[in-house]
Design a protein around this ligand. Structure first.
Ligand SMILES: [Ca+2]
Ligand SMILES: [Ca+2]
Length: 317
């Protein structure tokens, strides 16, 4: 007679045990908030496998860290970032932080620049003056731009920086190849006594004692990728002119070229016009994607930059 209560007790213990076993265990992490780690910026700049990637505002890395990085899947080149870059996609009067004065020059319409829009100069009194002065002090730098000359038969200043001589309202400002402190990239090649060669692209830096000049053939009015690489500006400057990744020559000055009187960088004309009353040094054509790098770019980097800016193609195709 005592078996039934015992069996009942046994069953009660068994059922109770089963119920306890069925209680789901509390997830170990349910009350622990997941701490989200800050997303780190990638340590590397955009690679060339993404030709249209937008530049990121990161500091340029030293040369040794920005050369080719070989990976199992192929070679990736990390491009340095420019310290200054104008897309030239907006009207020249739009950004008062980077442009102190503009006249005449305007952006292209219908995206007729090299990348989106460019700035167009009509060859007569079109000018854009920037606020930037960093080329006055950099010891090493690379200037990169796309150029579409509108006229190869006249001498004209594409970009110019030098002594603006504001004291006498530019009466004695530099206008090309004189004794003034100045730097410029120009069409034509001045050879003295008001004579100049046509179908030329020329880079010049000079003061009253020293100068250097690289001049090369330019026979097409299509878009061309121009790079000017300057080294040792504070001691014994050299300048190399590169078109579509092909070096067109290097020039060296025997001593530093003074830059202490330089004003701001400008596009389209020099500190003053050529002959009184004319505009024969005013640029006709278009400029796009002007950039300054604070070191010398390697030929490998220029080639990769071309691929990025030229829809995956090299600059000479
Ligand atoms: Ca552009
Ligand atoms: Ca004009």
């Amino acid at each position: 007679m005592k078996i039934i209560p015992l069996v009942t007790l046994f069953l009660v213990i068994l059922i109770a045990g089963c119920i306890q076993l069925q209680v789901p265990e509390k997830p170990a992490t349910s009350d622990v908030p997941v701490q989200s780690l800050p997303t780190e910026e990638p340590a590397t700049a955009p690679v060339i496998t993404e030709p249209v990637a937008q530049p990121k505002p990161v500091s340029p890395l030293p040369a040794a860290q920005t050369s080719a990085t070989v990976t199992p899947t192929g070679t990736k080149i990390v491009l340095p970032e420019p310290v200054y870059h104008l897309t030239m996609d907006t009207e020249t009067s739009e950004d008062e932080k980077i442009i102190s004065y503009s006249k005449g020059a305007s952006k292209t319409t219908k995206l007729l620049g090299k990348i989106n829009n460019a700035w167009n100069f009509d060859g007569s009194n079109d000018i854009v003056i920037l606020t930037d002065k960093r080329l006055q002090s950099l010891n090493e730098f690379t200037i990169v731009l796309w150029l579409k000359p509108g006229d190869l038969l006249k001498r004209a200043h594409i970009l110019w920086q030098g002594d603006e001589d504001k004291e006498t309202r530019a009466e004695n400002a530099g206008n090309g190849w004189g004794p003034h402190q100045e730097m410029h990239l120009s069409l034509g090649d001045e050879i003295g006594m008001s004579n100049y060669r046509i179908n030329k692209l020329t880079f010049y830096v000079g003061d009253d004692k020293h100068n250097l000049k690289v001049s090369t053939e330019m026979n097409t009015r299509e878009w061309q990728h121009i790079a000017i690489i300057v080294r040792n500006a504070n001691t014994k400057p050299t300048a190399e002119l590169v078109i579509d990744t092909v070096s067109r020559g290097t020039a060296t000055a025997s001593s530093a070229i003074k830059r202490d009187k330089w004003g701001t960088l400008r596009f389209g004309t020099a500190g003053r016009a050529g002959q009184p009353g004319d505009s024969d040094r005013d640029f006709r054509g278009s400029i796009d994607e002007f950039a300054i790098y604070d070191r010398a770019l390697t030929s490998n980097e220029l080639a990769k930059l071309c691929l990025r800016q030229n829809a995956g193609k090299t600059c000479n195709e």
